[in-house]
Design a protein around this ligand. Structure first.
Ligand SMILES: *Cc1c(COP(=O)(O)O)cnc(C)c1O
Length: 227
């Protein structure tokens, strides 16, 4: 498989899953997770039509943005407060807001830049201990609190499903994130507008779309086997 075929294959599957879930292919954003490849490979992928890329480490995000500033870059991995300054103002979206002091730090940096920073709340639906994310039961209080931070704009929820053999096993996790979001849609929060569900990776992005994902984060299925 080469990069062109990989991308076409993923886009085709995304389009079909979107239609199965009653939506249009363009309603789903494909974030190509480029953490295992270099900037040159990202450039090639962008020339093949990809616009959004994801990195899980702030340093790598910063380095790649310097080479390819015209692309949309998402920070999808754990963010330490001392790295916030490298990400805010550079990333188009931070998917991994999972604690209050991080929210405050992002807000502070946004204020310094005079910019509102788009974020997603990461929720640990599956309850795996080693995974980041808020407990579902804590999301409401957290949203109440972050809605007071003027330089944060909460645009949705994100989750990581457990690694499994059969993608069907992740379906309940995605369904639960969808239901969680639904509970807050009628609340009139300042600075909170839960438009997005970032869920689904190479193993399970089709299931995630069927369950309502608006953003999928796909690495291996795009970049592996391409040399
Ligand atoms: C690496 C990573 C992905 C992509 O995983 P693949 O299995 O390679 O598609 C998605 N989300 C996060 C947070 C990741 O770290």
């Amino acid at each position: 498989m080469d990069l062109r075929q990989n991308i076409a294959g993923v886009q085709n599957r995304i389009a079909k899953a979107a239609v199965r879930s009653g939506r249009k292919p363009e309603d789903i954003t494909l974030v190509a997770v480029s953490k295992t490849v270099d900037s040159e490979k990202v450039r090639q992928a962008s020339l093949l039509g990809l616009t959004d890329f994801g990195e899980n480490r702030p340093q790598a995000l910063k380095a790649k943005i310097e080479v390819l500033p015209h692309l949309r870059w998402h920070l999808i991995g754990r963010l330490q407060t001392n790295k916030v300054k490298d990400v805010v103002g550079r990333a188009c979206m931070i998917h991994s807001l999972d604690r209050w002091n991080l929210a405050e730090e992002i807000n502070k940096r946004g204020q310094n830049l005079g910019k509102t920073i788009p974020v997603l709340l990461e929720v640990n639906i599956a309850g795996e201990e080693e995974k980041a994310g808020l407990k579902p039961i804590d999301v409401e209080v957290f949203l109440d609190a972050v809605s007071q931070l003027k330089y944060l704009q909460v645009l949705g929820l994100m989750t990581m499903a457990p690694l499994v053999d059969n993608p069907e096993q992740t379906r309940p996790v995605f369904r639960e994130l969808y239901q969680l979001r639904k509970r807050f849609l009628n609340k009139d929060y300042e600075n909170v507008n839960l438009l997005h569900l970032s869920m689904g990776m190479s193993q399970d992005y089709e299931v995630a779309i069927e369950e309502g994902a608006t953003i999928v984060r796909v690495g291996t299925a795009i970049f592996s086997g391409d040399n």
